[in-house]
Design a binder for this molecule. Structure first.
Ligand code: PMV
Length: 328
């Protein structure tokens, strides 16, 4: 095999993880639960390089700095595990704004793990591919699966147990992704997590409440109780951002426009009841979960604020998969 290409959709956590239990193996401090989003995808082609160094191209431009270093560390970790000799050229193309808190690294590492497993002709199950993706970016473990996924986390987890798994739901839901800012974030999620974990007095409370959120959200998902799932999701994001805010130095990914959109979701609920709930990640963009029958109303409401560049409507997407159209 001389090249392999895979595509993965981004996923957004409904129950967030933030911080690591074991940094060495990139094991999250808490369990998390996500929805994989159709249409926000990254395609990765991997090919053996003639040079004695890995090369990374994102949307056709050669990349250096932190993103390359992180990708090299991932590939060297894989070399230790699987003992290959090659250096690689990796090309990625994405429909997701880069590092804007829209899970671009989740989609990238899920697609890279999937493509690498195929390139090396490893016999890996989805669980094993998910463990490998986690070593690149913990949230990437979940993008191996389509629909909804859970990922274990916590002190008692190890490399073998920390893989994502598929969750089933009767719910017909849509995530509206409101793009306020499509530029790279000022602080990477990895640095922000470390800072929060090391300094925030509220971090322990975030961790200790996450297990319950995870169990309750799984129940709401399987029973199809939308308002319950939405409320757990919103509270999980509020707790995550509150403990960041209390870190030293304080961390905030909020933009005035983010708060404008959050208030607009509260107003929407005052008028229509519990039809829409928000979540935010390591960036200012706001994602709104609703039942699919309300997605157009949510989109129009967000657009009417005139503070968003775009609102993308995303239904549950498929998991990481191989494709034949190579980028190199
Ligand atoms: O695994 P990372 O570095 O992509 O961090 C993900 C962090 C959050 O998106 C904020 C939460 C989550 O569970 O995806």
């Amino acid at each position: 095999m001389n090249k392999a290409t895979a595509r993965a959709n981004a996923n957004i956590a409904l129950v967030k993880y933030w911080g690591k239990a074991h940094a060495q193996d990139n094991i999250p401090a808490t369990p998390s639960l996500s929805m994989t989003l159709d249409g926000l995808s990254t395609t990765v082609t991997i090919k053996a390089s003639a040079h004695k160094a890995h090369e990374l191209l994102i949307n056709q431009s050669p990349i250096s700095g932190q993103a390359l270093t992180r990708c090299e560390a991932f590939l060297e970790n894989m070399r230790k595990r699987f003992g290959f000799n090659e250096y690689f050229t990796i090309a990625s193309h994405s429909t997701i704004p880069y590092q804007a808190g829209l899970a671009s690294s989740a989609a990238f590492y899920a697609a890279l793990a999937k493509a690498l497993v195929h390139f090396l002709q490893l016999q890996c199950s989805s669980e094993e591919t998910s463990r490998l993706a986690r070593l690149g970016s913990a949230s990437a473990a979940r993008s191996i699966w389509g629909g909804f996924a859970g990922l274990e986390g916590g002190d008692s987890c190890n490399h073998d147990s920390a893989h994502a798994f598929a969750l089933h739901s009767k719910l017909d839901v849509t995530m509206c992704v409101a793009i306020i800012e499509d530029r790279a974030k000022h602080l990477s999620s990895r640095e922000a997590m470390n800072q929060t974990q090391a300094t925030s007095p509220y971090y322990a409370a975030f961790v200790s409440s996450a297990q319950r959120d995870f169990v309750e959200a799984r129940k709401a998902l399987s029973e199809g109780t939308f308002a319950k799932l939405g409320a757990i999701m919103e509270h999980s994001t509020q707790k995550m951002h509150a403990c960041m805010w209390a870190a030293q130095p304080s961390i905030s990914y909020m933009h005035p426009h983010s708060l404008r959109l959050i208030n607009c979701i509260y107003d929407l609920r005052k008028t229509h009841g519990p039809i829409a709930f928000f979540t935010m990640d390591a960036g200012p963009n706001v994602k709104v979960l609703s039942e699919s029958k309300h997605a157009l109303l949510v989109r129009q409401t967000l657009l009417a604020t005139q503070v968003v560049k775009d609102v993308r409507i995303c239904t549950p997407g498929i998991g990481a998969h191989l494709i034949e159209q190579h980028l190199l």
